[in-house]
Design a protein around this ligand. Structure first.
Ligand SMILES: Nc1ncnc2c1ncn2[C@@H]1O[C@H](COP(=O)(O)OP(=O)(O)OP(=O)(O)O)[C@@H](O)[C@H]1O
Length: 339
């Protein structure tokens, strides 16, 4: 993974549009180091997706950001205040969808939202939020008659009550069918387009690819990589797939310069039986392409169809997951993409 020094640290002033500015966040549960040196800035109107394996520290990080837990170390400002010291300010400006929300099953959707409205410091109209989450037609039905997807939309209705500036969604689409997931994505995009800042956790890489302006991958409590999707994908080598009619295939592969790896991929069968599939992997796509073209010219080698593509989020995620860190090391270092 490409490592670079992240500009955010405890001494860096947050950008003017920062909603969340965390520098070197740490958290221990009874001696277990669950969040390690996490530095992350979330800007107004951005969707940030927090990814990571089970137990990576995503929910704990979200709980610290909302002021539910007091950090063990590091600096944190949400809306410019310390969320643990000033929870009322955070509650007033933040909507939340928890991983598992509790509902009063025996009352109607409308009655539950009305009860919710009395608990919230923000004002809104039940009909407005029901319309936004497309639950108007279910408003008089009992909550326990809702499908899983409809309940998740009801959770979202509570989170968007009173149009909070920040919405925190912990695995908002877990268990939803693809159609319900797409509906929720569209809602989240609309909220972002209206200027809402959104931080979400998800185990669906596709969800992060679809929604996120910024992707952050946690591993063993630390932020292993974060940046825009393109920046995150660029932390792994890109791949060129090309079908070639080689003059001397082995010589071609042996001649690949440093930083460029070429290998035959006999699992992929070119449509033209006279060609053979070659895969070229490199951090420097331009250097790899130049070498390929130069070599083809020099060797009078026929090049067939060629496709150059960045690494997938799946590849980045697996690389992070397989990278070994020592959870017992208190000074575990983050590696991040400059933004
Ligand atoms: N109340 C607690 N007491 C002790 N350890 C905890 C507590 N809550 C979480 N942990 C541990 O802290 C680590 C981080 O948990 P956290 O829930 O933040 O991870 P996560 O990334 O959200 O995981 P998942 O994707 O499974 O929801 C885990 O190893 C978990 O077992």
């Amino acid at each position: 993974m490409t490592e670079s020094t992240h500009p955010e640290n405890a001494t860096t002033a947050p950008p003017p549009d920062a909603v969340v500015h965390a520098a070197g966040l740490d958290f221990h549960y009874d001696g277990y180091h669950a969040v390690r040196d996490v530095s992350l800035t979330v800007r107004r109107g951005e969707i940030v997706a927090l990814l990571g394996t089970n137990g990576a520290g995503k929910t704990t990080t979200l709980e610290i950001l909302q002021g539910f837990r007091e950090r063990s170390g590091g600096d944190l400002a949400v809306f410019g205040v310390d969320p643990f010291r000033d929870p009322a300010e955070i509650r007033a400006r933040t909507g939340v969808v928890l991983q598992e929300a509790g509902h009063f099953g025996e009352i109607s959707v409308r009655a539950e939202l009305t009860m919710w409205s009395r608990l919230s410091s923000r004002t809104d109209s039940v009909d407005r939020v029901l319309g936004l989450v497309d639950l108007t037609h279910r408003s008089e039905n009992r909550v326990d008659s809702l499908s899983g997807g409809e309940r998740r939309r009801l959770d979202l209705a509570m989170a968007i009550w009173g149009a909070p500036e920040l919405i925190v969604l912990d695995e908002p689409t877990t268990g939803l069918d693809p159609e319900s997931r797409r509906t929720l994505w569209s809602l989240v995009r609309d909220l972002r387009d209206a200027g809402t800042t959104i931080v979400l956790t998800t185990h669906y890489l596709e969800e992060a690819e679809e929604l996120a302006d910024v992707v952050a991958i946690m591993h063993q409590g630390a932020l292993a990589v974060h940046g825009t999707l393109d920046e995150v994908l660029a932390t792994r080598p890109s791949r060129i797939q090309v079908d070639v009619r080689p003059v001397d295939g082995e010589r071609l592969i042996a001649a690949a310069p440093a930083g460029v790896t070429a290998a035959w991929n006999d699992a992929r069968r070119p449509a033209d039986a006279g060609l053979r599939a070659l895969e070229v992997v490199s951090d420097d796509q331009q250097a790899a392409l130049s070498w390929l073209i130069r070599t083809a010219d020099h060797e009078r080698m026929v090049l067939g169809p060629l496709r150059a593509s960045p690494a997938s989020l799946d590849e980045v995620f697996h690389h992070v997951r397989n990278s070994t860190t020592d959870p017992a090391t208190p000074d575990h270092k983050t590696s991040e993409v400059s933004r």
